[in-house]
Design a protein around this ligand. Structure first.
Ligand SMILES: [Mn+2]
Length: 397
């Protein structure tokens, strides 16, 4: 591939790339042991939209922000007009709607898998509200992460909980409008430490399939055991037309919420490769959506978000450089070393100058992080928000 061809591929891939950002990435968060309040953190939904707009102004590829029902729309559908007004004001659209089934005291023993029919009903009603919010906002995705599970062997019936879960999600699926997707996320452990009701992609796939055709699996890159081959899971989900979306972050030990690509950028490259390979075939492909799921305790919120978006673009651009036809030939002839070199060779190619060029050609700052620092946005919001942030440190809301 000539240099011009390579650059053109990178530009085409970048034109096609968008990633959603999470509202909770701008708010104060904490560890299990302490909360480190940042003076510039967003304290309300207006400030979250303002931060999202700043990230989009700098990067041009984050037009949507995922919303958390309990934190961002505490009054349910009644808050939709307020969100609509913020969309109009900031140019940022509502992304996936994220129900919250993990925070309230009733959910101590589970939400839709709780042995209490009353609690299950409350949790299902919340899912239905989330679907209605999605409809009111024209948001295509309702994104379910279920924290349900148990901590002690024998203390809960794994089988009966599967049944309850299927029942609740069938009702939720039945309420979806055409074009809405129910995303089912999985996580091996935490907050439960013995069994989690949706612990891996197989369980998520079965739950999604039993819910209905508009339910798909969401892969959170941080939600796997050490050494899991995530790109293989992605390849299988593509094969099965069951890959709905991603939550990107990185992890070293468990669900660490580290910056995408900070520990293993090659893994994200390999995941992007599977997606770009499928796209290159030119057939029907329900391509997954991309979202960042990170809450930073120590890094500045807006700064971390911009850094993450830029990293995602770099890795996507690298993956776009894989020459699929040439690689297939090397694979078929079992030229192991040459195939691997062709694959990892482009991973090591520095695409950053092309990214800068692409941004300038699209009227964006060539270096978004530098532009953030020069623009004075963080200083301004620090000044505006510092009193509110030191006065009352509350939850992730
Ligand atoms: Mn997630």
């Amino acid at each position: 591939m000539s240099n011009d061809q390579a650059k053109e591929r990178v530009f085409r891939a970048l034109d096609d790339f968008a990633i959603a950002i999470p509202s909770w990435g701008f708010a104060n968060t904490g560890t299990r042991f302490g909360k480190f309040v940042q003076a510039a953190a967003a304290t309300n939904i207006e400030e979250k939209f303002a931060d999202a707009a700043e990230v989009h102004r700098l990067t041009g590829v984050t037009p949507t922000m995922a919303l958390h029902v309990l934190w961002d729309l505490p009054n349910g559908v009644a808050d939709a007009p307020k969100i609509r007004a913020l969309e109009a004001k900031t140019g940022i659209r509502a992304g996936s709607i994220n129900p919250n089934l993990f925070q309230e005291a009733e959910y101590k023993y589970g939400s839709i898998c709780n042995p209490s029919a009353e609690v299950r009903e409350k949790a299902t009603a919340h899912l239905l509200t989330s679907v209605e919010i999605g409809k009111a906002l024209g948001s295509a995705e309702v994104s379910l992460w279920l924290s349900d599970g148990s901590n002690y062997p024998g203390s809960q019936s794994i089988r009966r909980r599967i049944g309850w879960m299927k029942e609740a999600l069938a009702k939720t699926h039945a309420a979806l409008a055409p074009g809405q997707t129910l995303l089912v996320e999985y996580k091996p452990f935490e907050p439960a430490f013995y069994h989690t009701d949706i612990a891996d992609w197989g369980m998520a796939l079965e739950i999604a399939r039993s819910a209905g055709p508009q339910a798909k699996v969401l892969v959170d890159t941080g939600h796997h055991y050490q050494g899991t081959n995530i790109e293989q899971i992605v390849a299988w989900l593509i094969e099965l037309d069951a890959l709905g979306s991603f939550h990107f972050n990185d992890r070293k030990y468990a669900d660490d919420d580290l910056t995408l690509g900070s520990i293993d950028p090659y893994q994200i490259f390999r995941i992007f490769h599977e997606i770009l390979f499928e796209k290159s075939k030119g057939g029907v492909f329900n391509a997954p959506t991309f979202m960042i799921d990170q809450s930073h305790n120590l890094k500045g919120k807006v700064e971390a978000m911009v850094q993450t978006v830029v990293t995602a673009q770099e890795l996507y651009a690298k993956a776009a450089l894989v020459d699929h036809a040439a690689l297939a030939e090397l694979q078929d002839s079992c030229s192991l070393v040459d195939a691997e070199e062709a694959f990892r060779g482009v991973f090591w190619q520095d695409v950053r100058p092309w990214l800068a060029e692409w941004r300038e050609a699209r009227g964006l700052p060539a270096h978004p992080l530098a532009a953030l620092r020069e623009g004075g946005y963080v200083e301004r919001i620090t000044e505006e928000r510092k009193e509110k942030n030191t006065a009352g440190a509350s939850s992730y809301a």
